[in-house]
Design a protein around this ligand. Sequence first.
Ligand code: SF4
Ligand code: SF4
Length: 167
Amino acid sequence: MLEANGFHMIPWKLVEDWECKFCGKCCINHKVPLLFEEYAKIEPRYGPSSVEPGERMFYIRLLHDGKCFFLKKHGEKYLCRIHDEKPYVCRMFPFRVLRVPKYGNEELSEFKYGTKVFYIYLNRGCSGVKLGNPSMRFVEKVLPEFIKIYANKEANEKLLLKSSSSF
Ligand code: SF4
Ligand code: SF4
């Protein structure tokens, strides 16, 4: 999965729309870090060869040719074998939803959703990013989808923190 470092992150207001093209680019030669709960699900289900240790966490294993262990080719498309349970960074790619404007362009990245403010960027390395003025579909459907994925993770982390501090 493409890391933000070394790839150009652009604010959402410069993007007309996004749609995955199944090009597989984000699943080749890029390491996917696993949250602890993802590791705890994936390792027992797919075996020890599906993951590999890093310095501080586990990653999905990259095969010798640089492809992710779970990547498969179907006709011209690259698909994920664990689509319904793929790790958080894969589900979010190419979006970064943040509480602070980490990649600059504060005004262009700001997105108000309900009472909350987020800063949203996209990784320019993704083939599905179409530059231009944001379309209605992008603003009303695509961005909220990714905010929800981010917000779910945030809520789970708070829950975990709460339960660990109650011991
Ligand atoms: S790089 Fe973008 S378009 Fe290609 S598979 Fe990944 S998310 Fe989809
Ligand atoms: S887990 Fe799936 S989406 Fe993530 S890098 Fe591997 S093949 Fe791609």
